[in-house]
Design a protein around this ligand. Sequence first.
Ligand code: SAM
Length: 323
Amino acid sequence: MEILTDSHNRVLNYLRLSLTDRCNLRCFYCVNDSVKFIPHNQILRYEEILRLVRLSVGLGVSKIRITGGEPLLRAGVYDFLNKLSEIEGIKDLSLTTNGIYLKENLDKIIGAGINRLNISLDTLTPERYKITTGKDLFGKVWDSIMAAHDKGINPLKINVVAIRNLNFDELTSFAELTFKYPFHIRFIEYMPMGEDINGNLLTPEIRSRIESVGQLHEVESGSGDGPAERFKFKGAKGEIGFISPISKHFCSNCNRLRLTASGMLRPCLLSDHKINIIKPLRDGLSDDELTKVFLKAASFKQKKHLLDSSPDKIVSKMHSIGG
Ligand code: SAM
């Protein structure tokens, strides 16, 4: 079997699948009102995605994360997830969501074989949530987090993008949640994509703030853990993770390829480079020929992202790629 390997000998066994570029939130750093969403006919249909996923699994992909936009917004998503989980060879199926439609759909999500959930939440303050996202829906997200916890989803990862003007004063409150709940709170460095929000925080500063709560003890990461550096407070139920694409990039271990809702393969999140696979797919190319498109995309994966050297070159927005 041919394995998806890039020109720097990294094996790409992790596909991040964006189901839609649309979102029901308007987080000021991600989707603003001037964004034009992709017309429906230019979005990969579910059967097209399933075909591409099968081909990628044939190339060694075994780990899939569903993301977006907001993936739970897309009609038919739960049937799709069921079909996806039936594909032999997928060993790990996970989902990143803003949590707004999660609570009432948890059984369907768990039933479809999603074994790991990441919920995005940048503030614990309802008023601030409204200002940050444009929607007064903090309560819904929190209820979803509690419902997922009650269902025994563990680890439940909470993604917190750390932004000085948004949540610097709440970082410790997030960290303290790990004493009460077994959550994995993951502080993510903001990645300037096309715009600079002028408030980024880097992990050393985030970490020193968190350490005012208590001493952090390193947790040994497993091979499938991804880029988070993991820590725990003594006596805590949960964990703290730091994801540092800017201050400590993890490109050398990157095993990811992204498939956008618009049918583009993206070898690197922090690069505008993309390989069109929707056109050859809709032009009727064979499985063998489409497999070659995957291999070509892998061969374009650069050794390291260029964000620190040329931030102004990235114009793509996170919601259109899938974070
Ligand atoms: N709608 C889903 C959600 O909210 O989790 C999935 C898509 S969203 C784009 C995925 C994650 O990317 C969210 O946690 C969001 O906060 C994060 N994100 C968006 N833009 C970002 C940026 N420029 N830097 C770092 N994280 C970002």
